[in-house]
Design a protein around this ligand. Structure first.
Ligand code: 3UK
Length: 533
């Protein structure tokens, strides 16, 4: 069986625009043909480990054998009921949970391409990935039905949707019951696309990052095996959505790669984690600095004794948080920088090598350097642009922005870093206008576009404002249309309006009313002047 739908392959970047891919470790030498689900799931059942716990959710615990049976049933439904062919894209929409994980694995096992989406995205935000990835089939939690059905008017190509999470006669579970629990993984190439992850770009237009079967194993063999080093007895837990490659790697691929188990929580805010870590006896926690900071203040009386590893990524981990967590739990947190384009973490440090406040050193299998505008390496101690390469790399779906992320074969993440004389990398700032708030990337222009739809808003600018709890918070500067007053009632009204227009977490937590916005002579907004306060 080969890929019959050529869309993803034919929309890969041209050879000259591809990043260098290097496979320096013995573990990274993959055979030319592989389906990553064979290694992550079938492998354990074949090895006689099918009875081990695999996916855990509220009131649910599936062994590896049970997970495999669910995945096989879903794969059969996809092929026989929905008629999907290898290479076709399938949109996935659900909060974290065993069913979402099973759907994702089933899509990939069937040789198709998973396009997971953040559950909080609204109908209008779903349209772009749907059109860009040419989605015709979706699997979706029935509780998110309204927003998905709301996209049909804008994206008429959307065909059937398999809804799960209720007992409907035409629901996914009913179709699964009628399907076989046997399914042989489709024989894909190591370099076939199996996943597309969408991010919000700095311009507000999302970018689709394509990843190969091989990439999903490479992050396990690189960061997983070299830095995190989990064991089969581990029980993973954490906050990032599986639709974010941070969550997909940390909460699904890493545990399955070593035969461990994953606790997938629908709600995984700091307060949920505080309760769930002791409840499930979690040993590895995957989250963002903000969440660890919130948890720090509430650890008293909690039994975190089984917890042994804490991964922090998404934004920089301040030294103060590292030190306080070490004091409170005895655990040296693992900071690591990753990106949707690189799939997962490429600079980090093992516990014994951590340096509070530094991100770490290149993960074995990756190379990193700090360069100037001309891509020349700058001396240690000098800030510059972070450039990385390794077994994974940026492969945008049909996007001219490939040329800004990949230059001279290196991936330029858009971050400013300093390397010290010992080879440690220290994060300075994002080089662009992206607002990173509580671990989420929020594009200011997208929030501006939403605000501009409100009749009271004449003009606006949205920037990141330093905030001790969230890293950055979304702050809007607004020029009102005549007849409106910038009072508390209007602020609440505007905030609610944004929440109803785009994903609620992007709403401006602070709003200032101003008479005019700073602009250049050519009329361009000067965001840096607003940031200066
Ligand atoms: C920033 C960090 C300082 C940095 C991600 C781990 O965050 C992830 O992916 P995104 O595409 O954002 C990437 C950008 O976020 N960043 C991430 N981690 C750190 N800055 N210290 C850190 N430890 O600007 C980077 O370019 O949303 C993280 C694994 C997978 C991921 N996708």
């Amino acid at each position: 069986m080969t890929i019959t739908d050529d869309f993803a392959r034919s929309h890969l970047p041209a050879a000259a625009a591809m990043p260098d891919l290097i496979f320096t470790l013995p573990e990274l030498q993959y055979p030319p043909r592989l389906n990553c689900v064979t290694r992550l799931l079938d492998h354990w059942v074949r090895a006689g480990e099918g009875g081990r716990p695999c996916l855990i959710g509220a009131g649910v615990e599936w062994s590896y054998a049970e997970t495999q049976a669910k995945v096989n049933r879903i794969a059969n439904v996809l092929v026989q009921h929905y008629g999907i062919t290898p290479g076709q894209r399938v949109l996935l929409r659900a909060p974290n949970g065993p069913m979402l994980a099973a759907c994702l694995l089933a899509v990939i096992k069937a040789g198709a391409i998973a396009v997971p989406t953040m559950p909080m995205l609204r109908a209008r935000e779903l349209t772009y990935p749907m059109e860009k990835a040419r989605i015709s089939l979706a699997l979706c939690d029935v509780h998110l039905r309204d927003e998905l059905e709301g996209t049909r008017m804008l994206s008429p190509a959307l065909g059937p949707v398999g809804y799960f999470g209720d007992a409907a006669a035409d629901g996914l579970e009913a179709l699964m019951d009628a399907a076989s629990d046997q399914f042989d993984a489709v024989d894909t190439a190591a370099g076939d696309v199996c996943l597309i992850g969408f991010t919000s770009g700095t311009t507000g237009v999302p970018k689709g990052s394509m990843h190969f079967h091989r990439d999903l194993l490479a992050v396990c063999d690189a960061y997983g095996a070299q830095v995190l080093r989990p064991v089969a007895a581990d029980r993973f837990i954490g906050s990032p959505p599986l639709a974010f490659t941070f969550g997909l790697g940390g909460l699904l691929l890493f545990p399955l790669h070593v035969g461990a188990s994953a606790v997938l929580l629908e709600r995984a805010g700091p307060d949920d984690l505080l309760q769930a870590i002791p409840q499930y006896g979690a040993t590895v926690c995957i989250s963002a600095p903000t969440a660890y900071r919130v948890m720090l203040g509430k650890l008293a009386g909690r039994d975190f004794s089984r917890l042994r590893k804490c991964v922090s990524a998404g934004e920089t981990l301040p030294k103060a948080t590292f030190d306080a967590w070490l004091g409170a739990t005895g655990i040296r947190m693992l900071d690591g920088i990753g990106s949707t384009e690189m799939f997962h973490i490429f600079i980090a440090a093992r516990e014994e090598d951590t340096r509070a406040g530094a991100t770490g050193k290149p993960v074995p299998g990756y190379e990193a350097k700090v360069v100037d505008a001309e891509l020349n390496e700058v001396p240690d101690g000098t800030p510059g642009r972070l450039a990385v390469r390794g077994p994974t790399g940026c492969k945008y779906l049909d996007d001219p922005r490939q040329a800004s992320y990949v230059q001279g074969g290196w991936n330029l993440t858009g971050d400013t870093y300093i390397r010290d004389a010992d080879g440690y990398f220290w994060f300075q700032a994002r080089s662009d206008d992206m607002i990173v708030s509580a671990g989420y990337n929020i594009a200011g222009p997208e929030v501006e576009a939403a605000l501009m739809l409100h009749p009271a808003v004449a003009e606006c600018a949205v920037i990141g404002w330093p905030d001790p709890a969230r890293g950055m918070l979304v702050k809007a500067f607004i020029v009102l249309t005549p007849g409106h007053t910038g009072d508390a009632a209007l602020t609440t009204d505007l905030q609610d309006f944004v929440k109803a227009t785009i994903a609620p977490y992007k709403y401006p937590r602070a709003i200032d009313y101003v008479a005019a916005l700073p602009k250049t002579a050519t009329g361009k907004l000067q965001r840096f002047r607003l940031r200066e306060g």
